[in-house]
Ligand binder design. Sequence first.
Ligand SMILES: *Cc1c(COP(=O)(O)O)cnc(C)c1O
Length: 387
Amino acid sequence: MRFETKVIHGGIDGDVTTGAVSVPIYQTSTYKFIGLEENKGYDYSRAGNPTRSAVEKLIAEMEGGSAGFAFASGMAAITAVLMLFKSGDKILISDNIYGGTYRVLDQIFNHFEIHYEMVDTNNLKEIEILLGPTVKAIIVETPTNPLLGITDIEKLTQFAKENNLLTIIDNTFMTPYLQRPLEMGADIVLHSGTKYLGGHSDLLAGLVVVKEQKLADQLYLIQKSTGGILSPNDSWLLIRGIKTLAVRMDRHQVNSAGLVEFLQAHPLVEHVYYPGLLSHSGHDIQKRQARGFGAIISFVINEKVDIKKFVKAFDIITFGESLGGVESLLTHPETMTHGAIPYELRKKMGISRNLFRLSVGIENVDDLILDIKNAFEAASGQHNYGV
Ligand SMILES: *Cc1c(COP(=O)(O)O)cnc(C)c1O
């Protein structure tokens, strides 16, 4: 089954007992036992629920893994993965990581003496210096958030294997349609299903996929013991979102190409970050390891633009947090997604006041271009720019 078919017919396709085309929402907390120590495979919905099983099987197939786990949010999924570690362990993380992942390590897991260090995940020499018996894993986002740096997954996983590190990849920005890290040697893939997999800005979800049975057993124990599971309703919504993943990603990317071209030509845009650009330092790696460049564009605007006016000047594009929905969404990383990161560190990461991140939706691209053009005019008092 090819990917575009898998998103529609993979996992558990419909319902065998009634023929329903859509997997039913099993809105139940518990299950009737047939007899002593005898049931139909389910005993209590924290441990297992058929609607959740369907989405877990589906994401495992999509990522080329053997087991999937669904959680109530991306952060619940990341937290479950971090529970694989013990006090004294150290985890290396991308230096441009999602703000929530940084926060949970910096402010929650530090109480349990699970340590972290930020690294440039493309600089193996830098990583090598930090290695030691307590360093157990590396968490990578590629592309990074929000500056879209690219890490060579194959090179990194090979290095990690040689040094007994688990490679954990947050694949939220790419989705398995565009990039499948397990097939390139990664041990664990993570998702905020809230973003492209759900795709409609109407649910929160998190997913974890692994290949090895030992990791699957450990994660299942963590999932049923700590209980941060995805509800039957949200599991169903996520399945429904995934069905259109391939067509949505295609359109997201076509629109992104149009917007990148527009932004690059705009005199009030100082810099555009997008791995699809030939000038992007990770362009060749991205071309090799992924099927496309994604639909997140970050850009720095000129100081002449009043950013307070700018964020209020859009008619179509929503100013807010999140990404990956059908609607275009503009984010200000400094005050929103990366607000939890201290100022000095943020500055070092390159997240400045004039940096914006655009999650390109699937609207008509000319409407989006006009919306941005108008916002620049309203916020700079300067006319006749662009298009
Ligand atoms: C949104 C996001 C998360 C967190 O997911 P939630 O569903 O919001 O908890 C983690 N990683 C990345 C890359 C994200 O974009």
